[in-house]
Design a protein around this ligand. Sequence first.
Ligand code: ATP
Ligand code: MG
Length: 373
Amino acid sequence: MSSFDRSLTGEVSGDLGQEWAVSPQAGDEERVVESALRPHSLHDFIGQPKVARQLALVLEGAKRRGRPPDHVLLSGPPGLGKTSLALIIGSELGTAVKITSGPAIERSGDLAAMLSNLAPGDVLFIDEIHRIARPAEELLYMAMEDFRVDVVVGKGPGATAIPLDINPFTLVGATTRAGLLTGPLRDRFGFVGQMEFYEPAELQQVLARSADLLGVELTDEGSAEIAGRSRGTPRIANRLLRRVRDYAEVEADGRVTREVAEAALALYDVDHLGLDRLDRAVLEALVGKFGGGPVGVATLAVAVGEEPHTVEEVCEPFLVRAGLLARTPRGRVATEAAWHHLGRQVPRGGIPLGRVSVDPPGAGASAEPLFDA
Ligand SMILES: Nc1ncnc2c1ncn2[C@@H]1O[C@H](COP(=O)(O)OP(=O)(O)OP(=O)(O)O)[C@@H](O)[C@H]1O
Ligand SMILES: [Mg+2]
């Protein structure tokens, strides 16, 4: 059991596969709440100006030609709005969206059945498409290119493939790991939207919209406070808003002001950069026990009583992105910003990060000392 509650930051923990598979039933409480907050049109979709504008053109062009648009790949970290955009594509086109996910397609026959059941112009949304099994992926090539699938009849040497026409459709794939996509699959997408983290001002718009939908009174300062701690991620912003709302209703008059947001987020252990208890524990251990590093991730994990892969997959990406931690060939190093963030004095002489490669460990180990002896 982990001693830390990751529920607030929505990061994965434990078995990644379990958490990232999109379950068809809305068993998970958060998915239900999320669907109520999803934007339903491009007009409602906040931020991602580049992807949204390009996509608007792709969709408009297709509508004018009366043909389904190119296949669309949406890639980016969790919680930035890939599923929301996929559903918006369907509603903008006025077509049905059939939803599945890479791990859910176990046999290519399942995919063939799904493809041949699509009505003309339908959108097929495959979430976590990088996890699709190889035979299904190969079936997808022909479906995407020629709107045909091969149905295999018989077994062994006598088996024959009968090509079957399917209705023209648009495939929308979403992935958090675009690098794991094979070349042939990636090449078959006519449009690739790379989702970016959101600016605080955009998150404030997301929060204002969600507050409206939830019937919460949210002041500008309250929303700035929440947005600043949301790690550039609408999902986290919405989650923090719900927690702060609970606090506002129970401990205050229901209005989410800056004071209320600050008090609530302090209670939930989310600091002003959006670090939670485990993130801070990692930095504290790095700085307090190992003099700022370099230290191996396994040692660091033991120091905070967590699994190495939790530290590596759950904490580090954001700590690195926030410029608080560097991954070096010799181990993890706390940056000057980390010392400042923990309210500690930076060691004399500073942190010689300039001489450290920020490559992941193992990538060309450098013999250069990180600290002067
Ligand atoms: N641009 C946006 N405007 C308003 N709300 C948004 C936006 N993007 C995301 N959200 C909110 O964040 C929640 C999470 O978004 P979504 O499920 O689309 O993310 P995702 O990229 O598909 O994440 P995952 O990779 O985990 O599947 C949505 O329920 C929605 O309420
Ligand atoms: Mg999604």
